[in-house]
Write a protein that binds this ligand. Structure first.
Ligand code: MOS
Length: 749
């Protein structure tokens, strides 16, 4: 049915904005729970070995303590079989099952939980727990681990989609091309580990009622928490409910079910009262995951006029000793540029650290730092403008699969961003642009992110009072999901946005996919659209044999919905309000719960978003201090549902990219793999003073293949390429090529 498109595409204010700014939006730690107790974790202080003894006596005697739980007295949890692992977990290894044994796998691993009547008493008592170790040292530096790096086990598993990215890849004969190349670039890049550091810490409140368990949790996927907890505690899935209507940022840190979730449930069962477990900022560094360190070597071969003839990209990611975390680090080198010869080699380096996790554009963001830096190095070597070089190697089709793109507006992104930025003012000579004490650098890089879609089930209720309710177990970690789903539903139903109430964040609602991979709008949004349309079809059915309806006999395709009315396309005066139809048929409402799956012709295409970032840096010539003065980004991600929330996501991603480029770095102590900057004073994230002018906008795309609403993912696209653009600008400003992020002043001096 055609519907009035009044809401989609408009910069609607957040529908949950008022709740948030007035403090009424309830985050996981804020639920008032009667009789609640507080958990505090005790973490290991060595990297590898065994907890020989855990002395809990002083803690048990401390005021207000109800229990101290260690592997000695914790209930047994079931461990997960490989086939039970959700997509957000690594396929190989053993997920940490907390408090189940005395093995210390990393520094900062939960070894005990103290439960007390107040948070302060729990933390104090936790400080009294004494652990003695058999300290086995372990692999405590990335440098130690890299020489032993191996291909991931999953590379041998042909059944899994993830295996694709880990397998050695080759097309054509890259080696032969490298040896006969007119121009050749080979460089090694490295990136520090980064921690998500969302503003809201991780927290779970666990509450048992007989065999049933309710969890108030910070999560990006309530259904996954529900299933994983049910498996670990050998419960029926229906007996677990996970509630998470608001999340204060996550960036990938709340995709998996981390140990504290299991511990809160186990502790609540142990003490027979609800337990609230909030991680401290320091614990945020070793209970959830982080973006792994990596080292990458890119070898490019090209003709003298800049046509790429070979791309080789080798990358090694850090992982833990107990799980194989892999990411799509090398994917971009396979498809980003038209090039007949290409190879990627992926390896994992195991260390005694907690397992890394997806973080803000995982894989692409790291791989594109190396690739887009190398392309800039090639531009310098051949003396061609970096934008011109990229256009010369533009991939008109997907070079990896040979498929066409469902849509691709990368050229428009380069052109629009370059023009807005004033790229033509750039003197290509490094150190040639300066203002007083400041060296000025212009740099640019490309962005890309996959456009994915997963099934989602939606409940729609159209009511005789003219309102509609739409529900699904999706998450909204901040991008504006409540708002854009309200817009999509309103238009799909032909209702004003004020008449639609959209609800999410509760596992008792119909199943939705993880809010990860920037695919919520494509997945849940497409489902909302399709199921709302199906609900309208049910309303129209009521009119089929209805003599009193002006719509009698009208088919779905002949009908239009708008302003709460159904009317004929051929004669808009012939129609009636939806509410009227329901009332006449004695219906208070029409309800529908339906699944919506990927379909159409999307599989015939490669579906990705693309973009370009242009950056101006200003470098203090004496001190090496770098400021990002301006960023102009143009992103093409299909249809933009809400330019306001989309714009915020882009700014957020770019700020994250600036953090990665200049500030963010997790530092492990070389002796014992203890994170030495596990706090927000020493782990630097960008603050307002670090961010100047950001102009981030979208290039319109009408993609009729990607999914029914034509929207691709937004947030993660916007961080990809930023670090390379900054590094390229720093090279242009200073003449120094820094191949290691973050680019701190010491690296420039
Ligand atoms: Mo995103 S890193 O998949 O939350």
């Amino acid at each position: 049915m055609i519907t009035s498109q009044q809401a989609v595409g408009k910069p609607l204010d957040r529908v949950d904005g008022r709740l948030k700014v007035t403090g009424q939006a309830r985050y996981a730690a804020e639920w008032p729970i009667e009789n609640v107790t507080y958990g505090a974790l005790v973490l290991s202080t060595v990297a590898s070995g065994r907890a020989k003894s855990i002395d809990v006596r002083a803690a048990e005697r401390a005021p207000g303590v109800l229990a101290v739980i260690t592997h000695h007295n914790a209930m047994r949890l079931r461990s997960l079989e490989q086939k039970q692992r959700p997509g957000v977990d690594p396929d190989f290894g053993e997920p940490l099952s907390p408090l189940q044994d005395d093995i210390v796998r990393y520094n900062g691993q939960p070894l005990a939980v103290v439960v007390a009547d107040t948070f302060e008493r729990a933390r104090y008592a936790a400080s009294l727990v004494r652990v003695e170790y058999h300290d086995e040292g372990g692999i405590t530096t990335f440098a130690q681990a890299v020489p032993h790096a191996q291909a991931p086990l999953e590379a041998g598993d042909s059944n899994k989609k993830k295996a694709q990215r880990s397998k050695d890849y080759r097309r054509g004969d890259p080696n032969a091309e490298q040896s006969k190349a007119e121009v050749r670039i080979e460089a090694t890049y490295s990136m520090a580990a980064n921690h998500h550091n969302p503003m809201e810490p991780h927290v779970t409140i666990a509450m048992w009622d007989g065999p049933r368990l309710t969890l108030y949790d910070k999560t990006q996927w309530v259904d996954n928490v529900r299933e994983q907890i049910a498996l670990a505690f050998a419960m029926k899935t229906e007996d677990v409910r996970v509630i998470s209507p608001f999340v204060g940022g996550a960036f990938g840190s709340a995709l998996r079910v981390w140990p504290h979730v299991l511990i809160s449930a186990l502790a609540a069962r142990h003490v027979g009262r609800p337990v609230k477990l909030v991680l401290t900022r320091a614990q945020e560094f070793t209970v959830p995951g982080y973006r792994p360190q990596n080292v990458q070597t890119v070898s490019l071969a090209a003709t003298r006029d800049g046509k790429l003839t070979s791309i080789e990209h080798k990358g090694t990611n850090q992982t833990s000793t107990y799980e194989e975390y892999t990411e799509s680090l090398l994917d971009p080198s396979r498809f980003m540029y038209a090039c007949p010869n290409a190879a990627t080699i992926y390896r994992l380096a195991r260390m005694n650290v907690n397992t890394p996790a997806s973080m803000r554009g995982p894989g692409e963001v790291s791989g594109m730092f190396a690739l887009e830096s190398a392309i800039d190095e090639l531009a310098v070597a051949v003396g061609i403008d970096p934008v011109v070089l990229r256009l010369r190697n533009h991939a008109d089709d997907d070079p990896e699969t040979g498929k066409p793109w469902s849509s691709k507006s990368l050229k428009e992104c380069y052109r629009d961003a370059a023009e807005q930025f004033g790229w033509s003012r750039r003197n290509p000579q490094p150190r040639s642009m300066r203002e007083g004490h400041e060296l000025i650098g212009y740099g640019m890089a490309s962005a890309t992110w996959p456009a994915m879609r997963q099934p989602a089930t939606i409940y729609v209720q159209l009511r005789s009072d003219g309102n509609a309710v739409v529900r699904t177990a999706a998450s909204d970690i901040g991008p504006g999901t409540y708002t854009v789903m309200t817009q999509i539903a309103a238009d799909a139903l032909g209702l004003p946005v004020g008449r639609v109430n959209f609800d999410l964040g509760d596992s008792s609602l119909p199943k939705a996919p993880v809010q990860g991979g920037s695919m919520t709008v494509a997945s849940v949004g497409s489902a909302v659209y399709e199921v709302c349309q199906a609900a309208l079809a049910k309303v129209l059915e009521l009119t089929h044999g209805d003599e009193r309806s002006p719509l009698k006999g009208a088919t779905f395709d002949q009908t239009v919905a708008g302003d709460g009315r159904l009317f004929l396309k051929s004669d808009p005066s012939r129609g009636e309000p939806i509410a009227e139809i329901l009332k006449r048929h004695g219906r208070q409402s029409i309800e529908l719960t339906q699944e919506s799956k990927p379909g159409g012709d999307a599989k015939k295409y490669t579906t990705r978003s693309f973009g370009a970032h242009f950056v101006e840096v200003r470098v203090d010539a004496d001190l090496g201090a770098i400021r990002v003065a301006r960023v102009v980004s143009r992103l093409a991600a299909g249809r933009i549902i809400n330019p306001k929330t989309a714009g915020s996501q882009a700014i957020g991603g770019i700020v994250g990219g600036i953090g990665m480029a200049l500030l963010e770095e997790t530092v492990w102590d070389e002796r014992n793999a203890r994170i030495v900057n596990a706090n927000l004073a020493d782990y630097h994230v960008p603050v307002h003073a670090d961010i100047r002018h950001i102009d981030a906008r979208y290039v319109e795309e009408h993609d009729t293949h990607v999914n029914p609403i034509g929207a691709k993912g937004l947030a993660e696209l916007s961080i990809v390429g930023v670090a390379a653009a900054v590094a390229n600008a720093v090279y242009h400003a200073t003449g120094k090529r820094i191949r290691e992020v973050p680019i701190t002043p010491d690296k420039l001096l």
